[in-house]
Design a protein around this ligand. Structure first.
Ligand code: ADP
Ligand code: MG
Length: 432
């Protein structure tokens, strides 16, 4: 029978052999049966476009047989008839139901995270480049959050590398989603979307259609300052590079403390949260725990939060957080840059704190002993190093009030950079 008809939707007859038993030879179709396909793909949803395509192909094949006066008679319930009459309509209904359900969930998350408010704010802000991304864009950008694209795992989020519009981006997904994480996510989004500074990581947008919130940033290629100092031990870091990183970080913090409105206390200043681009330009990141200071208040009580080795002792004792807590943490970063030692670690069952080591060295009048020999080896560096050590000492003062302001620290570091580059000092703002 097959030899009489040819149609693109009918299996192709090649030949037959009658002896000793009847054997029919047809083309080989590698995809398997429709039933197998439907069984294998469940519980995924059959795309309406694909389902309609299948149905049309089957209908065309039947039409061709009928026009040759042939009735198939064995369209198995398990295959075509069942598919056309039962499976196709139910698949379509199931698809529509699934799509509506997903759309409702996405809408719920969007509202929950204040997406509408954000959109209104974006419309009213001129030149505001923050964007709301679709979930599909992120899935495509990261190859469905493939492990291979995982860059790092921080305290609260997992960061993936992705490409959107031919641009590399970093995509941070919260690890868990409780009330605290949601608040941190909201805060980071709110703070970063208002900031514009060359030494603060740029946020590009967020995705609000998902259960676990996602933030999207410019991609900073060289990792963290922590990695550079403590993991890439074979990389030589000249003093002027260390100084430049310190100065740029200080500029960013000075901007948060003096120019942002309301003033922002970062609260988690540490080498883990300072990213470096391909030119070693520092970018301060991770604003989830940051605090916007209530207007006019220089200090306020919060529950103590921070990282061992960087925590301001006055804040730990009183619970009062001020911008000077960031000054303290920053000076620990400066010490890391000068010593290439970690802020806090356990060595041979002993706890080691860099600040404690610094104080011991000062007591013994031998600070050079804890500094990195790679920078102390050069006699020409010693003037600048002595100034930096003095700056660290002032910033580590036990009383916050006695510590310099961040803008004074930034100005002082800039003066050191200029001195190293044999440039004239600038008219300084409150140099210390
Ligand atoms: N914009 C970025 N570009 C490249 N890597 C990043 C970026 N943002 C974060 N990372 C990497 O992800 C890690 C965790 O990000 P972070 O914002 O600090 O989250 P957490 O709150 O979980 O600490 C960082 O230490 C860094 O290694
Ligand atoms: Mg972090």
């Amino acid at each position: 029978m097959l030899s009489r008809v040819q149609h693109k939707n009918l299996v192709k007859f090649i030949g037959a052999c009658k002896e000793p038993v009847m054997v029919v030879v047809t083309e080989l179709l590698t995809g398997g049966s429709l039933r197998k396909y439907l069984v294998n793909m469940r519980p995924r949803c059959l795309e309406p476009r694909v389902a309609v395509g299948f149905a049309l192909d089957i209908a065309c094949a039947m039409d061709c047989l009928h026009s040759h006066g042939i009735i198939h008679r064995d369209l198995k319930p398990g295959v075509s008839i069942f598919f056309v009459i039962v499976l196709l309509p139910s698949s379509l209904v199931y698809c529509v139901y699934q799509r509506r359900k997903v759309a409702t969930i996405k809408r719920k998350y969007f509202q929950q995270y204040g997406g509408h408010l954000l959109l209104e704010e974006m419309k009213s802000e001129q030149g505001f480049s923050f964007r709301i991304f679709k979930e599909e864009e992120l899935i495509e950008a990261t190859n469905n959050f493939d492990e291979k694209n995982k860059v790092a795992e921080g305290g609260s989020g997992i960061v993936y590398r992705g490409t959107i519009d031919n641009k590399l981006v970093a995509i941070k997904k919260c690890k868990t989603i409780g009330e605290r994480e949601r608040k941190e996510f909201d805060k980071e989004m709110l703070i970063l979307s208002q900031l514009n500074h060359k030494n603060i990581v740029t946020i590009l947008g967020c995705c609000l259609e998902v259960e676990i919130p996602v933030l999207i940033y410019e991609f900073i290629s060289e990792g963290t300052l922590f990695d550079l100092l403590h993991r890439k031990c074979d990389v030589d870091i000249p003093l002027h590079t260390r100084l430049k990183i310190a100065q740029e970080t200080a500029e960013a913090l000075s901007y948060l403390h003096s120019w942002a409105s309301p003033i922002i206390v970062h609260r988690y200043v540490k080498s883990f949260n300072i990213l470096l681009d391909e030119n070693f330009v520092a970018k301060v990141s991770d604003f989830g725990a940051s605090v916007l200071t209530p207007s006019g208040e220089g200090q306020f009580v919060t529950h103590v939060q921070g990282t061992l080795g960087y925590l301001d002792p006055e804040y730990v004792q009183t619970g009062q957080l001020t911008v000077k807590s960031d000054v303290y943490s920053f000076s620990v970063v400066l010490l890391e840059l000068l010593t290439r030692k970690m802020a806090f670690c356990t060595e041979e069952l002993q706890v080691r704190s860099l600040v404690a080591d610094f104080y011991s060295a000062i007591k013994e009048n031998n600070v050079v002993a804890i500094l990195d020999v790679k920078i102390t080896g050069d006699e020409e560096n010693m003037d600048v190093i002595t100034k930096l050590v003095e700056l660290v000492r002032k910033c580590l003062h036990m009383e916050g009030e006695m510590r310099p302001e961040m803008r004074q620290v930034a100005a002082s570091l800039e003066a050191s950079v200029r001195a190293m580059n044999n440039l004239q000092p600038r008219e300084g703002i409150g140099l210390i």
